[in-house]
Design a protein around this ligand. Structure first.
Ligand SMILES: [Zn+2]
Length: 120
């Protein structure tokens, strides 16, 4: 695995944490988080985990992510069957080489950061 794809995997994890932080602010979803092992005050734990994870991510990539979140909502989306799951545009086949999957790629249509889930 290259260093870059590791950053990308961390970014995907960061996005999941951001989702959970957002959800933890929702009372109805607080119980769900509790069931996942986040006790009361779990929001602080989540934020701490998020901050720690963020320090391991390439700064340029992180700022791209944060800009994309503001603009698009969901910044990092998987590609399945050559389709961007952010906007459902077809990713050109030439784009989908094993080599490209190791790099940080943006959807040409919506600009979201793309990743290829394992086994796709
Ligand atoms: Zn797209």
């Amino acid at each position: 695995m290259t260093a870059m794809s590791e950053h990308l995997l961390r970014l995907v994890a960061l996005q999941d944490l951001d989702d959970m932080i957002r959800e933890s602010k929702d009372k109805a979803l607080a119980k769900k988080l509790e069931n996942m092992g986040f006790a009361m005050g779990g929001q602080e734990d989540l934020q701490a985990a998020r901050d720690e994870l963020a320090t391991g991510i390439d700064k340029v990539l992180l700022s791209r992510y944060e800009r994309a979140v503001k603009r698009l909502g969901r910044a990092v989306v998987p590609v399945t069957g050559n389709i961007c799951l952010g906007c459902f545009a077809v990713i050109p086949a030439a784009f989908v080489s094993a080599e490209n999957q190791e790099k940080i790629q943006h959807c040409e249509n919506c600009g979201r950061i793309l990743y290829w889930p394992r086994g796709s």
